[in-house]
Design a protein around this ligand. Structure first.
Ligand code: NAP
Length: 304
């Protein structure tokens, strides 16, 4: 006996889209989310590469729209953190703190979270170090901040920070950015941003808050301190797979391996979105993954 046809883990764009498709297919589906539905986009100030919104849309608003659309179709969303998974039998068990949910199929869409550098993130979190410009940029009005990273997130959010901060140092370990060219153009054109190339952060100075970020030039080995009131870290993401613990195959980085149908190494278990080993992590690709995963789960259940 199963409780549900399908359990989806994670309510980011991938999970919400899978939920939308499963609800439209009239599957008995439960979406589990440990925090607020929306995933990483709820802390993204502005999304302008998701088709259909030519002016762009705030990540929060897009997440709300996705959630409403799925719920209006009857999707049940429950706030619960998955502890572990048991996929040894055909019936899949999703173990929560207070109960175990049984399902015929599972979609893991638990996303990813920011990678830390180990420069005092835990000590200074909320006291000057942040991973979220949307949440914390207003605290740095007319102040100086350091942003670390060279990818889409660092470059996009550094530009956003200039709406508040008087100066943003963008510290990157190479002399070339990884970010999309359009984001680079905006950052290079912004005279509040100063690029600090070939440089890594080694620590932060401060007592109650941050007073400076210690850096080292990787070519010259020269160490120095950038005087700053805040430090935003955007050096990539790690998969949110603590609860997976070997239940499905992952790559060396812990991202879940799935095929073109989003099928993982376990029949009836699918992966979608940022948690998947994928060449591109965008809202549009997460949405596509979610749709494919839901249809694949439906076919899997029909053939049981
Ligand atoms: P990312 O693309 O993996 O970039 C991480 C950046 O951090 C890279 O520049 C990397 O340097 C640097 N880095 C990594 N480890 C470091 C370390 N230990 N010390 C110093 N620097 C380090 O991560 P992301 O920018 O968070 O983006 C994640 C995903 O979301 C990507 O797929 C991205 O395309 C997507 N995203 C898209 C948008 C958009 O389309 N507007 C916005 C945000 C995110 P190297 O370049 O030297 O490797």
């Amino acid at each position: 006996m199963t409780d549900y046809d399908l359990v989806i883990i994670g309510a980011g764009p991938a999970g919400l889209t899978a939920g939308l498709y499963a609800a439209r297919a009239r599957m008995n589906v439960l979406l589990l989310e440990k925090a607020v539905p929306g995933g990483q986009i709820i802390v993204t100030d502005w999304i302008e590469n998701y088709p259909g919104f030519p002016e762009g849309i705030s990540g929060y608003d897009l997440a709300e729209k996705m959630k409403k659309q799925a719920e209006d179709l009857g999707l049940e969303i429950d706030t619960a953190e998955v502890q572990s998974l048991n996929f040894t039998d055909e019936t899949k068990e999703i173990i929560l703190k207070d109960r175990t949910v049984k399902a015929k199929a599972v979609i893991i869409a638990s996303g990813a979270s920011p990678r830390k550098l180990g420069i005092g993130e835990d000590k200074y979190m909320g006291k000057g170090i942040s991973f979220c410009a949307t949440c914390d940029a207003p605290f740095f009005r007319d102040k100086t901040v350091v942003a670390i990273g060279g990818g889409d997130t660092a470059v996009q959010e550094a530009v956003f920070l200039t709406k508040f901060a008087k100066k943003v140092y963008l510290v990157h370990r190479r002399d070339e950015l990884r970010a999309a060219k359009i984001l680079q153009e905006r950052a290079f054109a912004n005279d509040k941003i100063e690029f600090v190339w070939d440089t890594v952060a080694t620590g932060v100075d401060g007592f109650f808050g941050i007073e400076g970020v210690n850096v080292k030039n990787v070519k010259t080995n020269e160490a120095s301190t950038i005087k700053a009131d805040g430090c935003f870290i955007w050096v990539g993401i790690l998969p949110s797979t603590e609860f997976v613990k070997g239940a499905v195959e992952t790559d060396d980085g812990g991202f879940i391996i799935a095929d073109a149908k989003m099928q993982t190494s376990v029949p009836g278990v699918f992966a979608a979105g940022d948690v998947r080993d994928t060449p591109l992590r965008q809202v549009s690709t997460a949405v596509g993954d979610g749709a494919i995963a839901a249809v694949s789960a439906e076919h899997y259940i029909e053939n049981l």
